[in-house]
Design a protein. Structure first.
Length: 166
């Protein structure tokens, strides 16, 4: 059941989406935008392409199954944006290993898009920014904002002196 009263209709188009992720129409098998409550859902399936097995480097085109991955893509800070990505899982005939296709939206195992991570880190550069403010802006938890910061910010601590006076 879709409620379209709170999210503007023309927030993002297919062309905007393709440009943002550096994709072309031939790279997309299916694309649909739906508005559910206060969320914007973008359902995407990439076009089928042969992939190289990460274990034995054999070229694979046999699809084992599909799974839908929901990726938070909050570049639209006014509304929560979710990419419902239908990911293919391939099976190598040679070594029998399975693996997911490469996707342009996020790194493997992450449920937050690369663009959202970049925006979070950019906003946390400001000294007045708090994890709570950034988390609310990008529709994630404070813990996730802190984890992203800790994972990507390389801050070295100063060496303690040999003797401490307390």
């Amino acid at each position: 059941m879709c409620d379209t009263s709170t999210v503007p209709k023309n927030v993002i188009s297919q062309n905007d989406f393709l440009q943002f992720f550096n994709l072309e129409n031939k790279d997309i098998e299916s694309f649909a935008i739906s508005h559910q409550k206060d969320d914007l859902h973008i359902a995407v399936t990439l076009a089928r392409k042969p992939h190289r097995c990460p274990v034995c480097l054999n070229m694979i085109d046999q699809v084992k199954d599909y799974s839908t991955k929901t990726i938070t893509h909050s570049v639209l800070t006014s509304h929560r944006c979710l990419i419902d990505y239908r990911a293919r899982r391939y099976r190598c005939k040679k070594c029998n290993k399975t693996f997911y296709e490469l996707n342009p939206f996020s790194v493997a195992g992450s449920r937050i898009s690369l663009a959202t991570v970049y925006n979070i880190l950019r906003d946390l550069k400001h000294p007045a920014a708090t994890f709570k403010d950034v988390a609310q802006r990008y529709h994630i938890s404070q813990t996730t904002a802190a984890h992203i910061f800790d994972s990507f910010a390389c801050m070295s601590s100063k060496q303690l002196p040999q003797y401490l006076c307390i």
